[in-house]
Design a protein around this ligand. Structure first.
Ligand code: SAM
Length: 247
C-alpha cells in the first residue's frame, strides 16, 4: 500500500477537511436539489402546455376535415409557408399541435408533408417512427414526404478528415461557444436549450433515414438537392434533405 502511495503521490491529493465541510456539502446538495426541481417543473409545465395546445389544435383542425390535397409543414417555427398548413407548438403556426401525437387529418387527405430541422427533435424510435407512420397514413397514394435534418453523417466524416487546428467554418445560427469541430458535433447532437425541452433527440444519416422510411412503407426514397423554392437559405449548409413517396 505504501509503495502504491509513493508511486501515485503526485496524483493523490487528500486535503485536510475543514470542520464545517459537512455544512458546505449540505448547502451544495440543497442547491442541486432546487435546480433539479426547477428542471422537472419546467418539463412538467411544457408537457401540460403542449397537451392543452394539442387539445385546442385538434378542435381547430376540424376546418380541414373535408379538404383534400393538403400540404402540411411540420415544426414550421418562424418559417410559415403560404398555401401550406403550418404546424408547430409555437404561436406563429396555423395550427398548434403536439407532433408526438396522432395527426387530426383524414387518411389520404394530403399531397405533401414537409419539415426542416424538426424530425431530430422527436425521441427515437418511438415518437419518430409514430410520426412517420402518421405521415404515411395522411398522405394520398403517390403523395410526397420530404424533410431536412442536420447531416450528422457528413459532420462526422468531416471531423474524421479534418486536420487538427485547421479553421472551422461556423454554421449560421450556431452560438458563439461553438469554435471547434468537436463543439460543432456536440451542438449538432444535443443543442443546448434551457430545460432540455427542445434538445435534439437523435442524429441521422442517409442510411438510417432510408431504412426507417422503408420500414414504414415509403418507396422511391432518396437524398435530394437543396430546393431554393421550398427550403430555407439558412439551412443550405449542413442539412440532409430526403424525399420519399407513398406508393
Ligand atoms: C429547430 S426549430 C425549426 C424551425 C424551422 N423549421 C426552421 O428550420 O427554422 C424546431 C421546431 O420544432 C418545433 N417542435 C419541436 N417539438 C415539437 C412537437 N412535439 N410538436 C410540435 N412542434 C414541435 C419547435 O417548436 C420548433 O419550432
Amino acid at each position: 500500500m505504501n509503495r502504491l502511495q509513493d508511486r501515485y503521490q503526485d496524483h493523490i491529493c487528500i486535503e485536510p477537511q475543514p470542520a464545517n465541510s459537512g455544512r458546505g456539502n449540505t448547502a451544495r446538495l440543497r442547491r442541486w436539489g432546487v435546480l433539479h426541481l426547477a428542471l422537472v417543473a419546467c418539463v412538467l409545465l411544457f408537457e401540460i402546455r403542449a397537451l392543452f395546445l394539442h387539445f385546442v389544435g385538434r378542435w381547430r383542425a376540424k376546418r380541414y376535415r373535408n379538404q383534400q390535397r393538403l400540404r402540411l409543414q411540420f415544426g414550421c417555427g418562424d418559417n410559415a409557408k403560404p398555401g401550406w398548413v403550418n404546424i408547430d407548438l409555437s404561436p406563429k403556426a396555423d395550427l398548434q399541435l403536439d407532433l408526438r401525437k396522432s395527426l387530426p387529418f383524414a387518411d389520404g387527405s394530403c399531397e405533401c408533408t414537409y419539415s426542416e430541422h424538426f424530425f431530430e427533435h422527436l425521441d427515437y424510435p418511438d415518437d419518430a417512427l409514430f410520426f412517420l407512420r402518421e405521415n404515411f397514413r395522411v398522405l394520398a397514394p403517390g403523395g410526397l414526404l420530404t424533410f431536412g435534418v442536420p447531416d450528422a453523417g457528413s459532420a462526422l466524416e468531416g471531423y474524421a478528415r479534418a486536420t487538427k487546428g485547421a479553421p472551422v467554418t461556423p454554421f449560421p445560427g450556431h452560438p458563439s461557444w461553438v469554435r471547434t469541430r468537436m463543439d460543432q458535433i456536440n451542438f449538432l447532437f444535443r443543442q443546448n436549450y434551457i430545460c432540455q425541452i427542445h434538445q435534439h433527440r437523435y442524429a441521422y444519416d442517409l442510411e438510417t433515414l432510408e431504412l426507417i422510411l422503408a420500414d414504414v412503407g415509403f418507396s422511391q426514397i432518396h437524398q435530394r438537392e437543396f430546393d431554393p423554392l421550398l427550403d430555407s437559405e439558412s439551412r443550405l449548409n449542413g442539412t440532409l434533405y430526403v424525399s420519399a413517396r407513398k406508393s
